[in-house]
Design a protein around this ligand. Structure first.
Ligand code: GRF
Length: 224
């Protein structure tokens, strides 16, 4: 049985699109039950429309408080029957009420190797700091921003001569592989969290050989 997910996004939606493509290709055992966007006109809405995925836009500016807005989101997610909330470029803090409503069932992707460079501009901050290796992280969400247990990380070398855009593009390409992979592990019920440690239980798919120029751990499996 496929895992029903709600995707929360604010902008471009390339990660959402990576999910749609893999669901369509049959490599990701999920059903995109809802795309919920907080910014009218965001590209992610167009992508959802094109993929035939149910989508709504709730404009946060029309709500009196974060709590009121989050309550409206909780209602929509529950109505859609989603079991997991997937943050894919959702650019707002979530209230504690929202996080407790889906405790242990919210995941996020961050464009840096957490706990380094949390916040809104992980890739830019890593480059500005001068680190030699950065990457991206998929993690469970708790009450503290970019803090929850790590599921999977991908590392890439930072080439000081390249532009921020080029670095971001390399990170983004890996996001589109590690995020669907993490979701697939969730769908297969292979993630077991003990305190901060996320353990990956054995599965039947073969692991892929590492790509040149990046390190992904745990290793990606066939189809990703
Ligand atoms: C990604 O860089 C992700 O790491 C961050 O927001 C960005 C979303 O990109 N959380 P997109 O909207 O999926 O293209």
């Amino acid at each position: 049985m496929s895992l029903k997910i709600a995707i929360l996004a604010s902008g471009n939606g390339s990660n959402a699109e990576a999910f749609f493509e893999r669901i369509k290709a049959g490599t990701l055992d999920c059903e995109a039950a809802l795309v919920l966007c907080n910014r009218p006109g965001a590209r992610v809405l167009e992508r959802a429309e094109k993929a035939g995925v149910p989508h709504i836009c709730l404009d946060h500016k029309e709500y009196a408080s974060r709590e009121e807005f989050d309550r409206a989101m909780i209602a929509e997610i529950k109505k859609a029957g989603a079991e997991i909330v997937v943050l894919a470029g959702y650019m707002r803090l979530l209230s504690n009420e929202f996080i407790s409503a889906f405790a242990g069932k919210i995941i996020n992707i961050h464009p840096a190797l957490l706990p380094a460079f949390p916040g809104l501009s992980g890739a830019a901050d890593a480059k500005a700091w001068g680190v030699k290796i950065t990457g991206c992280t998929v993690h469970f969400v708790d009450e503290i921003m970019d803090n929850g247990p790590v599921i999977i990380q991908a590392a890439v070398p930072v080439n000081a001569a390249e532009s921020l855009e080029a670095l971001q593009m390399r990170i983004h390409k890996l996001e589109h592989r590690i995020y669907p992979q993490a979701l697939q592990w969730l769908a297969e019920k292979r993630l077991k969290t003990v305190e901060r440690q996320v353990h990956l239980l054995p599965g039947s798919r073969q692991t892929l050989a590492p790509d040149a120029g990046s390190l992904v751990w745990p290793p990606l499996e066939e189809g990703f």
